[in-house]
Design a protein. Structure first.
Length: 512
């Protein structure tokens, strides 16, 4: 069975999830201690952000050894034990693969900087003169005896690994088929083999669409990942690949099983949750129509090939609670958890954790740091995250005296946590709501409410009605509503072809 078809993911930022040894930083044993919490919420898959050796100038996305875990989290054996403990609970685990760049402290880069040619000379993207920078890409220069400038993918300490150029316009650029780019690709396969053999179930791939440079139509990068998928299908047929690409038609053609809708780019994802007037605000001034148009455009291109993921958030986004109230987040989760593709819940979103304002940047977080604060487990010291002294915490806690915590949320029958848990249970028990089931939009209009769509296949459908607005709204449909399998907020009534929906209401109905 393809486990991804019924997966509901929980994203763990390991630094901030649970600290088992009192050093102020989360770790593998801490994650293991909370696996039952994740399972009880209803999630059956985990994505763990990078946990490898790193100087941590970009929260672990600057890797200095792909084959060794960062000691602050635990050993390779500890991570292997995490895989084993997750599997005994029916939970699959994806690791975060960062194939596009390393830390500038990686031994590969130290050797690539040498003036003398060696096996790592072409592991990174270098020009052949210190006076020429790679066009359109950031770079670092004057760092070694080697004559040349090295491209970077983001921060200046993240040199870009060399997978070649699709369009060659300078003599120092290499084709994807050249020995240097091929060696980089084969080494990335070896890294994947290492962790799959250790017990992980696949990878979420960072910046998956960026590997081959000057690849304006994406075809060379697609071909690269098709090569990886061929290797995985042959050696690890159950391994899954999830891409940070943001263009599902390309990502799924490339061989990924699922692509994220990103908070940047053309998805209009931010129109829903993270703008001045989010669609899911009860003020009712938002607009979901551009999102739906783009979603359907991608959905039609990818139908039957793979999945599109709509996350609650992630380590790079503002928390949902920065702009939405607890009641508004309940409606938002009714949407997130009733759409096709595998949902992803960012740790703490299920209890309404807030964006912590005004934090000093930690490990390259900058404005993202406020979304990376420690998980709030209970009302004990440091919200149950760590026994360390408060000043030794990796990131400061939400200082609010009324900050939510998991223990109280679990005990409160009307909490956001219990609403999320309820919807996940309904999703997992109704095939019409699961990851591969189809979608058809019944009502969506510019700056209008509600949002209405059918989920299911053939003639077995559920109608999903989402009205985040505080105002009563209506729409017409010839379909007849049957039993409501889920409802929150107000009432939904039908008279003839007119369906009336109370303000701040979400409901899933069987269709007669």
């Amino acid at each position: 069975m393809n486990w991804l078809n019924q997966a509901v993911f929980y994203e763990i930022y390991p630094q901030s999830f649970c600290d088992s040894n009192g050093d102020g930083i989360g770790d593998f044993d801490g994650i293991i201690s909370k696996l039952d919490y994740i399972r009880n919420l209803g999630c059956n898959a985990i994505w763990i952000n990078p946990c490898f050796m790193s100087p941590f100038r970009d929260a672990g996305y600057d890797i200095s050894d792909y084959y060794k875990t960062a000691p602050r989290y635990g050993s390779n054996k500890d991570l292997q034990r995490l895989f084993e403990q997750a599997h005994t609970r029916g939970i699959h685990v994806l690791l975060d693969l960062v194939p596009g760049h390393t830390s500038d402290q990686h031994p590969w880069f130290e050797k690539s900087k040498m003036a003398e040619k060696n096996e790592f000379t072409d592991r990174y993207v270098w020009t052949d003169s210190v006076w020429e920078s790679p066009q359109g890409i950031g770079s670092i220069k004057g760092i070694s005896d080697r004559d040349g400038v090295c491209a970077v993918n983001f921060f200046s300490h993240q040199p870009a690994l060399n997978y070649g150029y699709a369009k060659i316009d300078r003599p120092w650029q290499q084709k994807p088929s050249d020995p240097g780019p091929q060696a980089t690709l084969e080494e990335m396969k070896n890294i994947m083999r290492f962790w799959l053999n250790m017990g992980c179930d696949g990878f979420r791939v960072d910046m998956a669409g960026s590997l081959v440079k000057n690849d304006f139509d994406g075809k060379a990068t697609i071909a690269l990942w098709q090569n990886v998928r061929e290797f995985l299908d042959k050696e690890y047929p159950d391994a899954k690949l999830v891409s940070e690409w943001g263009e599902p038609d390309k990502a799924l053609k490339a061989g990924f099983h699922m692509d994220f809708l990103l908070h940047f780019g053309p998805s209009h994802y931010n129109d829903l949750f993270r703008c001045d007037e989010p669609y899911f605000s009860s003020r009712g001034k938002g607009d979901a129509s551009a999102f739906v148009t783009k979603y359907l455009e991608n959905y039609k291109k990818t139908r039957g090939q793979g999945l599109i993921c709509i996350p609650s958030g992630n380590h790079d986004m503002d928390r949902l609670a920065r702009r939405l109230s607890q009641d508004e987040m309940k409606i938002a989760f009714a949407f997130i958890l009733s759409m096709p593709g595998a949902p992803f819940i960012y740790y703490g979103d299920e209890i309404g954790m807030r964006y912590v304002e005004g934090l000093t940047s930690v490990e390259g977080g900058y404005g993202r740091t406020g979304s990376r604060s420690p998980m709030q487990w209970n009302n004990s010291k440091n919200a149950g995250f760590s026994s360390a002294e408060e000043e030794n915490l990796y990131i400061k806690l939400d200082p609010s005296p009324d900050r939510p915590n998991a223990e109280e949320e679990i005990e409160n029958a009307d909490s956001l946590y219990n609403e999320v848990k309820k919807i996940i249970g309904i999703r997992r028990s109704n095939p019409q709501l699961q990851n591969q089931a189809g979608i058809h939009f019944v009502f969506v209009a510019k700056k209008k409410y509600p949002l209405v769509y059918l989920r299911g296949n053939d003639k077995d459908f559920l109608m999903i009605i989402i009205n985040p607005s505080k105002e009563k709204v209506s729409f017409t449909s010839k379909l007849k509503l049957g039993e409501a399998i889920y409802q929150t907020g107000g009432q939904v009534t039908q008279g003839g072809n007119m369906i009336n929906v109370s303000g701040q209401t979400a409901a899933f109905f069987k269709v007669i």
